[in-house]
Design a protein around this ligand. Structure first.
Ligand code: CO8
Ligand code: FAD
Length: 669
């Protein structure tokens, strides 16, 4: 049955592409040298027998999934050290290839625990803790969320009360809702955590602060006295991770376990504050800044799978008796998949900007300059929320565009979806993040009214709203960007005016705000959307690549912008900024772009450069041999190990016999 080689349709797709996908790969990974290094590291992991032999996650129960994830990630951790890989991005490439479908049970140790120590601990604390972290003697996580509060962190109820006689803090869970609940890997894997708790000293509550808590014995791994903790049970995704709960019964920790780089409690209990009052929120900003790239990668994988499969899948003859068409040739299929593809590139570009901005801004913060912190907070919160919403929606579109096979774990997309969608919730629930962006925008609007200078990325708010679009038949990037700027400015002004009007007529600012949170999120979304579009155009224009590659890339960028206008048309035309004729130009341009992208679709997903071993998808295989792969997947189902299952004899047979006995007298009647 095996046909071997590359599926003919897929091979043809690669031949007909108008550009060299390798060029785009080089751009995506910042140069050919980096691409070579990425492939080298990925191959090292893929060829490692420990990773190669691991069973496919979909056929394992939760305990097995956890054990497999732990085994793989710990082996990867050791190999990364042996190989001397130090660059974060290189560690990522190795780990992704080593454990493509296993979420790391020591992931938060590396992504939040260690970075928080590096950024928030004193030099002495770093000297003490970091070597233990690197040797995995200490394995930690970030314990902030509680049963009763995740979003409103000022409302957390865990307390850290200072005892100046013993020079210790007493950590307590005063009530059910104060129990820590959700922190990743708190349940079973870690032996330490960073606890966010209300700091009480000299009888005064100073708000939430961060403390180092040892939760388990470092030899026996048993929970320490006064600490009850465990796994919270199975979830929608992240099956292989032990998100945990924890109750603290007056657990004493030394004073030195408070993170004291910025905030301090002196031996006598005196509290000392630093200049900036949100510095202990910085750990959240780090992960938020990384999420846009991460979610863009999730979507890019879903796009590879759906687009390659759509090139291979043939369904329905277009004209009677003719050949069945590749489903990718249907315009409706293109309208599902190409905007998703464009979104993944848009988010990868936004993520690239965001991470660079994070590095730049935190370097300034390290030097004591906190001036750009509000911008960093607004952008990281906004892009995190916007990208996770857009990408998870698009992943689901990719799944459904694969028809029935998309619903099977054989496709790989359901796993991508369940691991991506909590990005809308963790690190700040998306609506709440959008309202933080809105808060920043309202401040900018007030500053504008006062004649103050605005940061560069909101400069467009200074432009007059009393203008019309420059859109012509040839839809130009400049006019598209201006349309997004106009929409964002208008919605920001509309929300601000609504709030100001309510305040003028006697409402309190809080009341006026709460009665306008829906228009505020519209404004924040429009702001983020504009940012992503503009950044995408700028990055494509600046990209160093040959003309054909740039043209193919630009078509995607235009599609992202044009599709966004059509999806949110009401907001673009409400004040007459675009007229009917211009809307028609944009609609036509959408169809033209779908046709322009069509020959390059497979090359555009090949450019993401994911080997099959990472994708682990029967539908997304590079060689397009999807049917053989689906058959092999089905055959490997553990339900097929026995021809007749015991449950047949346990349940089916007895009921059949009972029904037969019941029906016999009736049959005689
Ligand atoms: C791979 C898988 C990994 C998964 C890992 C998941 C890990 C986690 O989920 S850890 C838990 C994450 N939890 C969260 O993100 C909680 C979300 N909530 C929050 O961040 C806050 O409560 C928040 C921002 C909503 C409100 O905070 P609050 O202190 O009430 O602030 P608020 O009164 O609204 O604003 C006060 C000021 O602080 C500023 N501010 C708020 N947050 C920040 C920040 N992070 N950085 C800088 N400034 C900030 C505001 O802009 C505001 O400034 P201004 O007064 O000048 O306008
Ligand atoms: C997979 C996963 C991993 C996680 N890992 C960790 C971890 O490692 N460490 C950790 O500490 N936490 C972790 N969390 C918890 C996560 O950070 C919180 O769930 C998240 O911050 C949202 O808070 P919440 O659950 O309290 O939601 P809620 O705030 O209760 O949200 C419920 C609804 O209320 C709305 N809402 C809430 N407040 C407002 C408001 N002010 N205005 C308007 N609407 C509002 C929200 O929009 C949402 O629709 C994890 C969660 C998940 C799912």
């Amino acid at each position: 049955m095996a046909t071997g080689g590359v599926n003919a349709d897929l091979a043809k797709e690669r031949e007909r592409a108008t550009f060299d996908s390798e060029q785009l790969t080089n751009f995506l990974y910042r140069g050919p040298e980096k691409v070579r290094r990425k492939r080298y590291l990925q191959n090292l992991a893929i060829q490692d027998p420990v990773f190669k032999k691991a069973p496919l996650w979909a056929f394992l129960n939760r305990e097995q999934q956890y054990a497999t994830a732990l085994k793989k990630h710990l082996h990867a951790y050791r190999r990364i050290q042996e190989l001397g890989i130090t660059e974060p991005v290189e560690k990522f490439y190795y780990r992704e290839a080593a454990a493509p479908h296993e979420n790391s049970p020591i992931g938060l140790h590396e992504s939040m625990f260690i970075p928080t120590i590096e950024k928030q601990a004193t030099e002495e604390q770093k000297r003490k803790w970091l070597p233990l972290c690197h040797s995995l003697k200490m394995i930690g996580t970030y314990a902030q969320t509680e049963l009763g509060h995740g979003t409103f962190i000022r409302g957390l109820e865990t307390t850290a009360t200072y005892d100046p006689v013993a020079k210790e803090f007493i950590l307590s869970t005063p009530k059910l809702t104060a129990m820590k609940y959700w922190p990743g890997n708190l349940g079973k894997t870690t032996n330490h955590c960073l606890v966010m708790a209300q700091l009480i000293t000299k009888g005064k509550n100073h708000g939430i602060h961060m403390f180092m808590l040892q939760t388990r014995d470092m030899e026996t791994h048993q929970p320490l006295p006064g600490i009850e903790l465990g796994d919270i049970g199975p979830k929608f995704g992240f099956f292989d991770n032990d998100n945990g709960y924890m109750i603290l019964k007056d657990v004493r920790i030394p004073r030195e376990n408070m993170f004291m780089r910025y905030y301090k409690v002196l031996e006598d209990g005196t509290y000392v504050t630093p200049p900036g009052d949100r510095l202990n929120y910085l750990s959240m900003v780090l992960l938020r800044s990384a999420i846009t790239s991460m979610i863009g990668q999730h979507l890019s994988q879903a796009c590879i799978i759906a687009i390659r499969y759509s090139a291979v899948r043939r369904q329905t003859e277009i004209s009677p008796g003719g050949e069945e068409a590749q489903v990718l040739d249907y315009q409706t299929q293109q309208y599902k998949l190409f905007p998703a593809l464009a979104t993944s590139y848009a988010m990868l570009m936004a993520g690239r900007f965001m991470y660079d901005f994070y590095l730049k801004t935190t370097a300034q913060i390290e030097k004591g300059d906190l001036g750009t912190m509000p911008q960093l907070h607004a952008l990281s919160a906004g892009l995190k929320a916007f990208s996770t919403w857009e990408c998870t929606a698009a992943i689901e579109v990719c799944r459904m565009s694969c028809g029935g096979h998309g619903y099977s774990h054989a496709s790989g997309i359901p796993k991508i979806y369940v691991d991506a969608t909590p990005g809308c919730t963790y690190e700040g629930e998306n609506t709440v993040m959008m309202l933080q962006v809105a808060r920043f925008l309202m401040k900018m609007y007030t500053n504008l009214q006062k004649g103050q200078e605005l940061p560069s990325f909101v400069q467009y708010m200074t432009k007059s709203l009393d203008t019309k679009s420059c859109m012509k038949e040839e839809v130009a990037p400049k006019c598209l960007v201006m349309a997004y700027e106009h929409r964002a400015s208008r919605l920001i002004k509309a929300a601000a005016d609504a709030i100001q009007a309510m305040v003028m007529s006697g409402s309190s600012p809080q009341e006026a705000w709460n009665k306008n949170t829906v228009p505020l999120t519209w404004a924040a979304l429009a702001f983020c959307h504009m940012f992503v579009v503009k950044n995408f155009f700028e990055m494509v224009e600046d990209a160093k690549m040959d003309g054909q590659t740039k043209a193919a890339f630009m078509a995607l960028c235009k599609l992202y912008a044009v599709n966004g206008v059509i999806t949110h048309l009401g907001e673009f035309i409400q004040d007459g900024y675009l007229n009917n004729q211009q809307v028609q130009y944009i609609q036509k341009s959408l169809l033209d772009l779908l046709a322009e992208i069509r020959p390059n679709a497979v090359a555009l997903v090949d450019a993401f450069d994911y080997p099959d071993a990472i994708l682990q998808s029967c539908l997304g295989r590079y060689d397009g041999q999807v049917y053989q792969a689906l058959y092999d997947f089905a055959k490997s189902s553990p339900l097929n190990e026995k021809e007749v299952l015991d449950s047949f004899f346990d349940y089916v047979k007895p009921v059949q016999q009972e029904l037969e006995a019941m029906n016999q007298p009736m049959a005689r009647l």
